[in-house]
Design a protein around this ligand. Structure first.
Ligand SMILES: N[C@@H](CCC(=O)N[C@@H](CS)C(=O)NCC(=O)O)C(=O)O
Length: 433
């Protein structure tokens, strides 16, 4: 029986990608919980309930519908994989394990040392970075040699070895492996690009943009990410004050504190400047609507609330349709395509709402949805991270008072109705907020 369950993670976690891509191949139904209120990284994974299931308190972590729980990203990816991905013969399976272990032991350390400072989540150390660059060269040389006569790492098809090594190299290729640095490793580049262009990878990673210019240490972001020292609350006498001041002057600058991996991920969340901040205030509260939508009857409570409070000057309503339905094969993959898109758009959650539905059956399906955005324009061009998916859709702004808009809002919000414009049976759907 195919595996089904929930993966707890934070958005855009390359470790979680391993299992998610593997699931695209195997057909495992993996639901992702990565954002509040369902999963709040740093909080939910420290609750007694979570620790009872996953004593290390780390993510990714997987809970099967049958209650089976497993942590460690490689173990999860193995669990959700098919026999083909794991390596069919004893030898192939051992080779897959060899590359998975190699990725953790040989690639993760230098990749982190080199890439983390460029993201402002680790202090830069010249010597360590130079050493890491040499290590990366050694790894790329070794992979290049291996891939000279092979299409994939093990056997003739993609296996968990390719999925794992690609995911481990992901940040290097995105952040620092500029064209001149990666040029000597033509076989690795060819293999990497082939893998990330497979629909199963694309559904999770989106369209990948390879590094154009090697990123350097982001000192500003690193400084912003440092936890502030708590100042003493106790009142000081003037004498004590003077003494403290003197001590402060004498103090050498403190070395920047290094963050552990969990802190790094939390800190890595870019300091987000709200791109909607300059819009005039709106009377419509998206939070309030979402609470109604999540907790109450859609047709009886959430929809009337929506139309009663909707502010058509401050918000706009859009209909979106996936442009390449002929490329959609398995409907579960289409669902994952949408899941990936919504993970990438996580920071839009206070300023957007969407209900997106997959219609039809395997090899004959379509994706369309209804979106509500803050402002009168599509929000995607505001932030580069939001631009990965939206060009794969056609977008049509709706007139809120029109009959068409009222019908589409009702049908897409409630998942009920004729969906006359679609012309395919409503089969399965995914809803996102
Ligand atoms: N070897 C583990 C590493 C997992 C890990 O370190 N996860 C970090 C996030 S990247 C985490 O959940 N940290 C929380 C903590 O340490 O409290 C795996 O591959 O799954």
């Amino acid at each position: 029986m195919a595996v089904a369950g929930t993966l707890y993670t934070y958005p855009e976690n390359w470790r979680a990608f391993k299992a998610l891509i593997a699931a695209q191949y195997s057909g495992a139904a993996v639901k992702v919980l990565s954002t509040p209120p369902q999963f709040h990284f740093g909080q939910t994974n420290k609750t007694p309930e979570f620790l009872k299931k996953f004593p290390v308190g780390k993510v990714p972590a997987f809970e099967g519908e049958d209650g089976f729980c497993i942590f460690e990203s490689n173990a999860i990816a193995h669990y959700v994989s098919s026999d083909e991905l794991r390596g069919k013969s004893k030898e192939a399976a051992a080779q897959v394990l060899q590359w998975v272990s190699f990725a953790d032991s040989d690639i993760v350390p230098p990749a982190s040392t080199w890439v983390f400072p460029t993201l402002g989540i680790m202090q830069y150390n010249k010597q360590a970075t130079e050493y890491a660059k040499e290590e990366v060269k050694r790894i790329l040389t070794l992979l290049d040699c291996h891939l000279k006569t092979r299409t994939f790492l093990v056997g003739e098809r993609i296996t968990l070895a390719d999925i794992t090594v690609v995911c481990t190299l992901l940040w290097l290729y995105k952040q620092v492996l500029e064209p001149s640095f990666r040029q000597p490793y033509g076989n690795v580049n060819r293999w990497f690009v082939t893998c990330v262009n497979q629909p199963q990878f694309k559904a999770i990673l989106g369209e990948l943009k390879l590094c154009e210019k090697m990123a350097q240490f982001d000192a500003k972001r690193f400084a912003e990410n440092q936890p502030r020292k708590e100042s003493s609350k106790k009142e000081k006498t003037p004498k004590e004050e003077k003494k403290a001041e003197k001590k402060e002057e004498e103090k050498k600058p403190e070395p920047a504190e290094e963050l552990d991996e969990c802190d790094q991920v939390l800190a890595a969340e870019p300091k987000f400047k709200d791109p909607f901040a300059d819009l005039p205030k709106s009377s419509f509260s998206m939070d309030e609507f979402k609470q109604k939508y999540s907790n109450e009857d859609t047709l009886k409570v959430a929809l009337p609330h929506f139309w009663e409070h909707f502010d058509k000057d401050g918000w706009s309503i859009w209909y979106a349709e996936y442009r390449f339905p002929e490329e959609l094969s398995q409907t579960f993959m289409s669902c994952n395509l949408i899941t990936g898109m919504f993970q990438r758009l996580d920071k839009l959650r206070k300023n957007a709402f969407a209900s997106v539905i997959v219609f039809g059956t395997n090899n004959d399906s379509s994706i369309s949805g209804l979106w509500v955005f803050r402002g009168q324009e599509l929000a995607f061009p505001l932030i580069p991270d939001w631009q990965v998916d939206y060009e794969s859709y056609t977008w049509r702004k709706l007139e809120p008072d029109s009959e068409e808009c009222q019908t589409l809002v009702r049908e897409y919000f409630s998942w009920e109705g004729d969906f006359k414009h679609v012309g395919k049976a409503f089969n399965q759907g995914k809803i996102f907020k």
